[in-house]
Write a protein of this length. Structure first.
Length: 357
């Protein structure tokens, strides 16, 4: 069966998702929403750097929602719950990397009601949060007993992230430490990472304290550092760490963390990515303990990352590959705890052909 997909937004994740949909044997691109007037009316193929494909991008929400489609891959910079509600009410399933991984009870009840009334499903997925911080820790935890701590952590060079406006205006790199401390990122990111922490804690049976602990640390440049937002002068923020921890009687038992550095040189404190370089780690402490390092989800160079960042592509593909499963799922908010295993698809030249009767 072929499922018709609408792509919502054409930023870095959106472009990768479009490529993923076009290459997926069970999916067909049916339309695309764009924010800017410059993209409105353009062929979607042109927007992603390939030959025209005969599908025109639009900023007209009503027109797009009137299209015959099964699912929307929703990936603007920030989620708008009202827009997601409209999409669901138009009887289209939604897959998104922007939340709904494991929403709090009240929010889940609201969206469950919307989904069930429309007969559709809402599923949050992606990479971090959306995979590294909950799906893979839960999978790995099956190898251990008497678990005392679960940690999922990212170590990335933020210079490879091709969104200078976000780096400068939202993450507040290149600012004074006092200015950067006002960044919305601890809360904006925390909206997702806190769901990851609670999902792992609830499934493993940890009796968490009511409030999670959030930590925000910074390192400043000690010499000028070239970056996507221009040179970062000495004394300004060139690296940030965020940590969200679930506690039992004040003791950390679930940790989700990100380490974003403008490289490893000229930093105070002298932070590094560690001996493995850029990577993701998932560690389960128990009987026995287990440590897994995810490699190749970071680009080989800054230039390569600005062209096509593997972590961004992985985020998009986790969404795209989930679409057939979400379309077949029961109506409501469906998390990893309810969904079946999601898998990718073989490359075109290696795919099994239909059996001849």
């Amino acid at each position: 069966m072929t499922y018709r997909v609408l792509q919502w937004a054409t930023g870095n994740v959106g472009k990768a998702a479009i490529e993923g949909v076009l290459a997926h044997p069970d999916l067909e691109l049916a339309g695309c929403w764009v924010h800017s007037a410059a993209k409105d009316g353009q062929d979607v193929g042109t927007l992603v750097g390939r030959a025209p494909i005969g599908i025109t991008a639009t900023s007209d929400v009503d027109a797009l929602l009137a299209e015959d489609a099964d699912c929307v891959v929703y990936s603007p910079i920030f989620a708008d719950p009202d827009v997601v509600t409209r999409i669901l009410e138009s009887r289209k399933n939604v897959v998104t990397p922007l939340g709904w991984f494991y929403p709090p009870a009240g929010e889940r009840e609201r969206f469950d009601a919307v989904c069930r009334a429309a007969g559709v499903t809402l599923h949050g997925t992606g990479i971090n949060p959306g995979g590294i911080t909950e799906r893979f820790p839960l999978m790995i935890s099956a190898l251990s007993g008497s678990i005392t701590h679960v940690r999922a952590e990212e170590f990335s060079d933020i210079r490879t992230y091709g969104a200078p406006d976000v780096i400068r205006d939202w993450m507040l790199f290149g600012k004074t430490p006092a200015e950067s401390r006002t960044s919305i990122m601890a809360d904006a990111l925390g909206a997702g990472f806190r769901q990851s922490v609670w999902m792992v804690a609830d499934e493993l049976g940890f009796d968490l304290d009511p409030e999670l602990r959030t930590t925000h640390e910074m390192a400043v440049a000690t010499a000028p550092i070239e970056s996507p937002i221009g040179p970062i002068a000495p004394g300004l923020v060139a690296a940030q760490r965020f940590r969200w921890e679930g506690l039992v009687h004040g003791e950390p038992v679930i940790t989700a963390a990100v380490n974003w550095l403008m490289g490893e040189e000229h930093l105070d404190p002298p932070w590094t990515f560690g001996p493995d370089g850029e990577h993701f780690e998932v560690e389960v402490t128990g009987d026995p303990s287990c440590l897994v390092s995810f490699r190749k989800l970071h680009p080989d160079s800054i230039e390569a990352g600005l062209q096509r960042n593997p972590g961004v592509v992985a985020t998009a593909m986790h969404c795209v590959n989930a679409v057939p499963y979400v379309c077949e799922a029961a109506p409501g908010v469906q998390t990893y705890l309810e969904m079946p295993l999601v898998a990718g698809r073989a490359a075109l030249r290696l795919r099994r052909t239909a059996a001849v009767g």
